[in-house]
Design a protein around this ligand. Structure first.
Ligand code: ATP
Ligand code: MG
Length: 335
């Protein structure tokens, strides 16, 4: 029996380099050997976009196309839409009894995200909604609805997987051994930084290079990327470790070029403009095959629709089976 993988992305915008290196690379590696469910988490996206349903709706297709463009094979990965699996919403209600409000408020990921969303949740998070505070519970429901054993994610998600494991243990201790404790699987690049030097490149943070950015946009973004502020003149030696341009060279360039960039930067024998131009070229080369696949799926929307329909059908079956076991354990399995 193949182990089950469950992971998800929020349809809040297009995929960027953070997703690619933080999560998708692992999906690509793992798609051959596991029973793989990939959730387009529209319900979770609504927790902080409840006032913008058009955005979420539009991005369901967008993000599916992005994921397919990275090389994921729809014959191996079940793409499904979260809201089409009502079992997840049901489970969220059941699990909400197994977690305290204080524990959710202490969750580091929730805390960081509340701080980033001042406009929506107020300066001290005083306007935080019940739904947003509870999204880690709904994520535990996502994972366990499919008996997800392995969850490939970026580092920002680790506290949420831990929260899920706690809920699983609590459930099993009360209702009997029913659920599996999932493990997070991190990529080699656990966390990709933003163009502004922020610790995390994020869709909602305005600091991302998207997989479908045009060459013109990429040029503009890379030309504006943060470099060592102490380097004023072209031939000043600089510290590549605090330069975002060097940082992205590391992601998309080859080993030889990366070493060259590093040593020339330290010696002061390379200017930032030249270095940025080289990065633009490497970035465009890296993105070219992804964009080519994207163009295919954009021209075949009926294929994308069918991929989502088929994946959702399989996901629904799996969640229904799991739900029977859970309701039995909770003694709410009425005939
Ligand atoms: P949002 O700001 O709407 O939450 P996001 O960019 O955080 O968007 P998600 O859909 O929440 O994207 O995350 C999808 C997956 O991508 C998760 O596994 C997450 O850990 C991973 N991920 C997102 N951004 C990064 C990043 N900068 N580095 C590494 N992994 C990332
Ligand atoms: Mg996120």
């Amino acid at each position: 029996m193949k182990k089950t993988i469950l992971t998800g992305l929020r349809p809040t915008g297009n995929l960027h380099l953070g997703h690619y290196f933080g999560a998708c690379q692992n999906y690509l590696k793992m798609q051959n050997d596991y029973d793989f469910y990939l959730e387009i988490a529209d319900v979770q996206a609504l927790t902080d976009n409840f006032n913008n349903p058009e955005k979420v709706r539009k991005n369901v297709t967008e993000i599916t196309i992005d994921l397919l463009s990275t090389g994921l094979d729809p014959n191996k990965v079940n793409f499904f839409i979260q809201s089409k699996i009502p079992e997840i919403a049901e489970l969220t209600v059941f699990y909400s009894n197994l977690v305290t409000v204080a524990r959710l408020q202490r969750n580091p990921t929730v805390k960081t995200e509340i701080a980033q969303k001042k406009e929506l949740f107020g300066n001290d998070g005083e306007s935080i909604t019940y739904g947003f505070l509870g999204y880690p519970v709904s994520q535990a429901a996502d994972i366990t609805a499919f008996q997800g054993e392995l969850v490939p994610v970026g580092e920002d998600q680790l506290p949420l997987i831990e929260q899920c494991r706690e809920i699983v243990r609590k459930f099993n201790s009360i209702y009997g051994e029913t659920l599996k404790e999932p493990s997070a699987i991190l990529s080699e690049t656990k966390r990709v930084k933003g163009l502004d030097g922020n610790d995390k490149m994020g869709k909602s943070l305005g600091n991302a290079i998207f997989l479908n950015d045009s060459e013109e946009v990429i040029k503009k973004k890379i030309m504006g990327a943060i470099t060592d502020p102490k380097k004023i003149k072209k031939d000043d030696p600089a510290n590549p470790d605090i330069c975002m341009v060097y940082y992205y060279h590391n992601l998309v360039n080859n080993k030889e070029n990366i070493e060259k960039v590093c040593s020339e930067c330290k010696k002061g024998s390379r200017g930032c403009v030249q270095c940025k131009k080289e990065l633009i070229e490497a970035m465009n080369n890296f993105l070219a095959p992804i964009k080519e696949k994207r163009a295919y799926y954009e021209a075949h929307p009926e294929e994308v629709k069918e991929i989502l329909e088929n994946g959702t059908k399989k996901a629904k079956q799996k969640a229904e089976e799991q739900m029977k076991k859970i309701k039995k354990a909770m003694k709410i399995d009425y005939e």
